[in-house]
Design a protein around this ligand. Structure first.
Ligand SMILES: [Fe+2]
Length: 250
């Protein structure tokens, strides 16, 4: 059974034909992840399981584009600029980096986080990483979010038509300072709101699939990673291909 330790996680493949090893898939971004010292992290929150009333593909689609952020995540948009830096040319991994705004948020909890996160994480992180959130999605169903004060992973697990489970956990460097506990609490508060918003967006989208007005995408050229995801699904599960697929955007 193929097993590998990479990025501080133990990766186990139960399938007969293992995909390329994680250390190879993630190799193009290992250098930028190094300052976060994944190998030294400890759990900051217990593992969680959340049932979503959506197809797993819908949930994963949501994590593969960031242009829904200004509309779908007002809190995140108050804190971060919408010009997510997407890096292309990393096969199998979608990356978004967002930078904290200078203008203070009108919400007190966001404003406290915004004001203090850089100084609280200064002992651990180089300057450039202290004011950015980074989102990595690895096809077909894994996400890694990196904040200055902690990181989390999540998996989107299929549970049948219209049902999936989100399984994840958060980790941080050992640090019991009161100010770090506060920053992690505030960061979690922001993140939990984003998670709730994503769930509602996906459930609405799931309901929309049953509408007679529904037409499949792609809707935009910036759905690059969704297109790669859908190509992967069609390659692995030919039955999902439409007899007359919509035209691809140039
Ligand atoms: Fe989202």
């Amino acid at each position: 059974m193929p097993v590998e330790v990479a990025l501080g996680f133990v990766w186990v493949c139960l399938g007969a034909n293992p995909p390329p090893p994680p250390s190879e898939v993630w190799a193009p971004v290992l250098e930028e992840l190094a300052p976060y010292r994944f190998d030294e992290l400890v759990p900051t929150q217990p593992l969680y399981l959340e049932e979503w009333a959506v197809d797993w593909k819908i949930a994963m689609d949501n994590y593969l584009e960031s242009y829904h952020v200004p509309i779908g995540h007002p809190g995140l948009n108050r804190l971060f600029t919408p010009d997510y830096e997407d890096q292309r040319g990393i096969p199998g991994i979608a990356r978004g980096i967002s930078w904290m705004r200078e203008a203070p948020s009108p919400r007190w909890s966001e404003r406290v986080y915004q004001k203090h996160v850089a100084e609280v994480t200064a002992p651990h992180l180089p300057e450039a990483q202290r004011r950015s959130w980074r989102f990595y999605s690895c096809l077909p169903n894994l996400g890694i979010d990196i904040m200055p004060e902690q990181m989390d992973f999540f998996q989107v697990l299929p549970r049948g038509p219209g049902r999936c489970v989100i399984r994840g956990a958060a980790f941080g460097l050992p640090d019991e300072r009161r100010e770090m506990r506060l920053i992690r609490w505030l960061g979690n508060r922001i993140n939990m709101q984003v998670n709730t918003e994503d769930r509602l967006l996906c459930e609405r989208l799931q309901r929309g699939l049953r509408d007679s007005a529904y037409r499949p995408g792609p809707l935009s050229q910036i759905e690059t990673w969704m297109l790669e995801f859908h190509d992967l699904l069609r390659a692995r599960i030919p039955e999902v291909s439409l007899p007359h697929p919509p035209a691809r955007l140039a």
